[in-house]
Design a protein. Sequence first.
Length: 441
Amino acid sequence: MNQGAAPKVSFVSLGCPKALVDSERIITRLRAEGYELARKHDGADLVIVNTCGFLDSAKKESLGAIGEAMTQNGKVIVTGCMGAEPEQIEKAYPNVLSITGPQQYESVLDAVHRAVPPLHNPHLDLVPPQGIKLTPRHYAYLKISEGCNNRCTFCIIPKLRGDLVSRPANDILREAEKLVAAGVKELLVISQDTSAYGMDLKYTTSSWKDRDVRAKFIDLARELGELGAWVRLQYVYPYPHVDEVIGLMNTGKILPYLDIPFQHASPEVLKQMRRPAAQDKTLARIKAWRAECPDLALRSTFIVGFPGETDSDFQYLLDWLDEAQIDRVGCFKYEPVAGATSNALENPVSEEVKTARWNALMARQQKISAQRLKRKVGTRQQVIVDEVGPTVSKGRSKADAPQIDGSVYLSSRRPLKVGDIVSAKIERADEYDLHGSVAGI
Ligand code: SF4
């Protein structure tokens, strides 16, 4: 490090949006203390790797990233989900400087201070009002709780992150308000189980502006809806109390969008997965939601090839999809994760069958998605602009979350800016995307 120059930290952020929020917090703190971000490991004073430990493939990727940082730099701090079980990392890279689990911001910062002391005293002016965002400035993830009280058999998140710990409502609202004031147009509300928000706090109130707000899913959604940004709810389970937010969607306060990771439909498989709300009549619930809010877009993920999944379980899932008409679907082939209780289940499904089921589900869903998108041709949709091109720009409708759903390709006579929300006439649809032109701003 040059005498007098700000220490430089190279940062690798792996994993899900929740891990990204952790990375943003750490970087914000580092910037506040006068550290700079380096573009490359080589030449940086230190590397931080925020790891993902959800699947074995993610662990492999994390170990690869640590190895790269060790070779190119040699001073490496590891944090994140994989850090909760440090043995594998210690074995592969005994010389890493420190290993901590998810959200242990203070320990990460202590390790950084030990390795490369800060040059200045903390100077908060170095940080823009919204903190440092790794996501584009026009949308931001808002993490409302950490951990999970469920015990799905294929998942080790509760083991890594512990039971549900919710943030007080006013703390979340303060952060959301700051983000909107700094130019964020879309807030993506995330947690492991968004609909369980506040259960651990016994829905206790906190004061926000001139009122008390309960730490409760519906109350938080209502308040977030007052901030003037798009509010998108992700990782929601179909508990009965979710019905309440559908009314808010109809009033335009929050986006008519729910990301519900159903994972399966067959009661037998759901039982083996020990999924929350598995016993609820989800098809009836979806129908009722759509009757109340016809614009509602549903996104979900499914696992095929879970141990014990029979041909008839899988057929049940396909039939259920036909009925449920989920707008957006992600599908994964079951993969055993070290430490998950599902590893002990009998009747594993062969890789060949998993692949065949994956292909069948994706083909079925492609048809559903194409049909649902076709219905939008000729309508007007509001679109948020993500990327501006010379002739065609790329954006998303209210039915599309960034990175996981489809896009709207837009032609426009007037120049557009990233973050603009425009009214678009939809002219064409394909399997996953829409195409149209700007009809108004
Ligand atoms: S709801 Fe299930 S899958 Fe999701 S984090 Fe909790 S235990 Fe894991």
